[in-house]
Design a protein around this ligand. Structure first.
Ligand code: SF4
Length: 338
């Protein structure tokens, strides 16, 4: 039996004050933390329920015409918000490709960023795992690694980050706003999650005691040409083997701006700026998408079971880019088999 205290706080300041030691943990939607707790992977001694902090449960338009998502807005509420559907349909589509309707109704936007890998070994306390117990080893490298990373992995960990929403947020260049004991700061989305390196136990750059307050979406012109393509073992309630968020600004048939992010292939959403630059000023044609895919996948390496992800990712990138040219043909929340 693990004993813990439970408190509910109604302001960010009160929540920060309550989280005064490293055994404290914030509770929002609970869709991952409760799993982790049941699996005996986390042991908070102080649980601080932040669900009733009303200031973090709003979606608002910013002065620069971007949109701010409060950290406690539910994933479903975000996906179906008229502003998001109209200005950031890529984000709506990615959210609706993830989890189940029930989970999307509970999970929060801030919590989505903090979910942990679904590596089977991570959830099995009877085997070593460098993410769970640093220095204990990584059985996935020589073991079952069908779902694991082909980009940005290390000899310490080859886990992937499981979110769909975050792949779209990476492509949209979102900014994560946090508040902590040392005040407020904003983190570019590309810098929020970490690669495993020698510290695979750290998923992101959030510091002890910090709380995500909101996620800013910069204004953009991607609402006409976008796609989220998710490839998985079954059509719903499964994590991505490979996913692609693609968005273009177009001038006629010429790409003036491209954004491409991958999910299911690395410890964080994977974006390669050079590949996006390569498409700038080019015709929207499959051969150019293939060149971009090759650049994105440069250095990709499988570990056996997951070798198939590399050619699959190339085809998925090309297909997602083709789909982005004509978004109205896409099936909500799903993608074709390729
Ligand atoms: Fe643990 Fe990472 Fe290896 Fe999975 S891939 S067993 S999470 S160290």
């Amino acid at each position: 039996m693990n004993s813990f205290t439970y408190t509910k706080e109604f302001t960010v300041d009160a929540a920060l004050k309550a989280a005064d030691d490293e055994k404290a943990m914030f509770l929002a939607g609970g869709t991952n933390i409760i799993d982790l707790w049941k699996y005996n992977l986390t042991h908070p001694e102080k649980l601080i329920d932040i669900n009733d902090i009303a200031a973090l449960n709003t979606i608002e338009v910013l002065e620069n015409n971007g949109v701010r998502l409060g950290a406690l807005v539910k994933n479903a509420a975000t996906a179906y918000d008229p502003l998001i559907e109209k200005w950031y349909p890529l984000l709506s589509k990615a959210i609706l490709a993830g989890a189940s309707a029930q989970i999307r109704n509970m999970a929060t936007d801030g919590g989505n960023l903090l979910q942990r890998t679904r590596c089977y070994y991570f959830y099995d306390p009877d085997v070593p795992c460098n993410k769970r117990i640093p220095g204990s080893g990584c059985p996935a490298i020589e073991g079952c690694n069908r779902i694991h990373a082909v980009l940005g992995a290390s000899e310490q960990c080859i886990a992937v980050f499981p979110s769909d929403m975050c792949v779209a947020l990476a492509a949209l260049e979102a900014v994560v706003n946090v508040t902590g004991p040392d005040g407020k700061r904003s983190i570019a989305f590309a810098d929020f999650h970490r690669l495993p390196g020698d510290t695979p136990h750290l998923d992101n750059n959030l510091q002890q005691g910090e709380i995500i307050t909101s996620i800013d979406l910069p204004p953009n012109h991607y609402s006409k040409h976008y796609a989220y393509l998710k490839l998985r073992d079954r059509h719903s309630y499964a994590f991505a083997l490979v996913s692609v968020a693609a968005a273009f600004e177009m001038h006629g048939n010429t790409i003036s701006k491209a954004r491409i992010a991958l999910g299911g292939v690395a410890h964080k959403p994977w974006r390669v700026a050079e590949a996006e630059d390569l498409l700038k000023g080019k015709k929207a044609a499959s051969e150019n998408f293939a060149l971009a895919a090759d650049r994105i996948l440069a250095g990709a390496a499988g570990r056996g079971d997951n070798d198939f992800k590399i050619p699959l990712a190339k085809r998925a990138i090309i297909r997602a880019c083709e789909m982005a040219l004509n978004p109205e043909t896409q099936i909500p929340g799903a993608g074709p088999s390729i």
